[in-house]
Design a protein around this ligand. Structure first.
Ligand code: 2AM
Ligand code: CA
Length: 256
């Protein structure tokens, strides 16, 4: 089996597990505070993904949210995995959360998978093969007028309410677009842009496991990703993220 097929299999199996699970209060823990949570299921699914990957590809590196990176491996391939993207949604809604798996060879994207677990919707892309929502080819929207754009962002407080160097710019942007939506999952929101249901995405805080799968899908769908400064999005570090339905929008958004 190639890496893509191994990934699809384990992601679908993990999705089956999460759809059936019943989350107990005692399985929820705080990481940095009451707005940064992890559950027994995040850890269990990450272990499941790691062991399926390493069983077939023991040389590959894995960067995941819940466990430290393993010692440096010989292979050039790195997997960025988030067992549950949108843990707060998983806990409170039992929907709007995703399993995210992105596979890169050095700086070359190989494929990205984002499973919207409760909707049983798999967003996927292989480098050069277009972007897909289950069996349907997807593309970003053709909207280019600022006043017609829908902006999505995972956390209203971090984007608009708390002080940060981009706060004024973000507030100006929110007034110029058609509307702002907040789903609570970086990976699913990037897929919303990929599928043309949103046009723009911003977050002030994202980690490699949050965005490195969905950015492949978005780029294959015609979109583009940057930091909020318009620089190249790093692969291996935490970063702000600005995602667009088309590269053409970049100057207009950076000048707001
Ligand atoms: P997570 O669910 O994997 O933690 C909404 O909070 C979105 O921002 C989610 O995709 C969440 O990922 C991500 N996020 C990134 N950094 C976060 C943090 N420090 N605390 C909470 N969510 C974070
Ligand atoms: Ca997570």
């Amino acid at each position: 089996m190639d890496r893509f097929n191994v990934a699809v299999d384990v992601v679908q199996n993990a999705g089956d597990l999460l759809r059936q699970c019943r989350l107990e209060e005692s399985e929820i823990c705080q990481k940095m505070g009451h707005q940064d949570l992890v559950t027994h299921w995040d850890r269990r699914v990450e272990r499941m993904l790691r062991s399926a990957i390493l069983e077939t590809f023991p040389q590959d590196s894995i960067v995941g949210e819940e466990y430290p990176p393993e010692e440096c491996r010989a292979g050039a391939v790195t997997w960025y995995i988030d067992p549950i993207d949108g843990t707060t949604n998983f806990i409170n809604q039992h929907q709007n959360y995703a399993i995210s798996v992105g596979c890169w060879e050095g700086s070359l994207p190989l494929f990205g998978l984002v499973l919207d677990v409760e909707r049983k919707t798999l967003y996927w892309a292989r480098h050069g093969g277009g972007a897909w929502q289950n069996q349907t080819l997807i593309h970003t929207s053709g909207r280019r007028e600022l006043s017609e754009l829908l902006l999505t962002t995972p956390g209203l407080q971090y984007t608009f309410l708390e002080p940060h160097p981009y706060q004024e710019r973000m507030i100006r942007l929110s007034r110029k677009v058609r509307g702002v939506r907040c789903l609570g999952s970086v990976a699913l929101e990037l897929c919303e842009v990929a599928a043309g249901r949103a046009d723009l995405f911003v977050t002030m805080r994202s980690s490699p496991w949050d965005h490195n799968a969905a950015r492949i899908i978005l780029e294959e769908a015609g979109g583009a990703t940057f930091t909020v400064d318009g620089d190249e999005l790093p692969l291996g570090q935490k970063s702000t993220v600005l995602a667009l339905n088309d590269m053409e929008l970049k100057d207009c958004i950076l000048c707001v």
